[in-house]
Write a protein that binds this ligand. Structure first.
Ligand SMILES: NC(=O)c1ccc[n+]([C@@H]2O[C@H](COP(=O)([O-])OP(=O)(O)OC[C@H]3O[C@@H](n4cnc5c(N)ncnc54)[C@H](OP(=O)(O)O)[C@@H]3O)[C@@H](O)[C@H]2O)c1
Length: 262
């Protein structure tokens, strides 16, 4: 029976690069995204380039009902998932109270609730089988407060703390949980939020999604708790411990405010 790696948000950026890297290493995939046409094209490319099985599942993760339907369907088909990659996510930018509630609510649904729902249902099946691996995508932003991206930073903190905690619960049951915390990575993520990536970080510190994916997939074999690609991002992740939190709030807030277009 084929065991699949399920990747959410596989239609662009880091998720697409993770899917490509896994397929190139012979992994069969279930790709989840909200754009049917993009998923079909990517699925076809990965099948013909790598000879792996690729199943596409269209799901708007901002819609809790669709998430439940996705999980029900996967269970009904009894597809074995031995690697769950919760990658889908997005950010809002600018003043939280002036952004629409719809966009802030969707952010929590996609970045947090959908991820937690997938961990709950698929993690439970992995625990019952006594094997499996979960990779949740947080961010270096998850290590610090993020004024002007407040809800995003908090969502990524949630993912970081949740993943580290779940790791301890599931380890004795044969399931390994890792959390990926990338720094600034070139992808459509910034454009979608109206953020100017060139102001977010110097060019030399911006990673490509393919490099993030390669480092991550290499690391997965070692089952680490936290994956932070590249030294400069590791430094950023420990920076909250190096100075007072009031200063951290001011510095990060000034950066996030300067990159927001609104
Ligand atoms: N880029 C960075 O600098 C960076 C840094 C740290 C962490 N991250 C995290 O890395 C992950 C991937 O981001 P990325 O940079 O690769 O951004 P991206 O290119 O925008 O990819 C995000 C993926 O999530 C999907 N997605 C968003 N909302 C969705 C929804 N409602 N339903 C289903 N799928 C949805 C997107 O689908 P569509 O293609 O349909 O939009 C896309 O496939 C995110 O969790 C992000 O927070 C990114």
């Amino acid at each position: 029976m084929t065991a699949y790696a399920l990747v959410t948000g596989a239609t662009s950026g880091i998720g697409l690069a993770l899917a490509e890297t896994l397929a190139a290493r012979g992994r069969s995939l279930i790709l989840v995204g909200r754009r049917a046409e993009a998923l079909a094209t990517i699925g076809q490319q990965l099948r013909s380039a790598n000879g792996v099985e690729v199943i596409e599942r269209v799901c708007d993760l901002a819609d809790a009902q669709q998430v439940t339907q996705l999980l029900d369907a996967l269970e009904a088909e009894a597809l074995e998932i031995d690697l769950l990659v919760n990658n889908a996510g997005f950010t809002t930018s600018g003043s939280f109270v002036d952004n629409s509630w719809q966009s802030e609510r969707d952010l929590l649904q996609v970045n947090v609730l959908a991820l937690v729902a997938l961990c709950h249902r698929i993690g439970r099946r992995m625990a019952a089988a006594g094997r499996g691996q979960i990779l949740n995508v947080s961010s270096v932003s998850g290590f610090m407060p993020g004024p002007w991206m407040s809800n995003y930073a908090a969502s990524k903190s949630y993912v970081l703390i949740f993943s580290e905690s779940l790791r301890e619960e599931l380890a004795p049951r044969g399931v390994s949980v890792s959390v990926l915390c990338p720094g600034t990575t070139r992808s459509p993520f910034f454009d979608k939020a109206g953020i100017q990536i060139e102001k977010a970080a110097p060019d030399a510190l911006i990673m490509s999604a393919t490099d993030v994916a390669r480092i991550t997939v290499d690391a997965l074999a070692r089952k680490p708790a936290i994956i932070i690609p590249r030294f400069h991002n590791k430094l950023l992740a420990i920076s909250p411990r190096l100075g007072p939190r009031w200063l951290l709030r001011k510095v990060v807030g000034a950066l996030y405010r300067s990159v927001a277009t609104q």
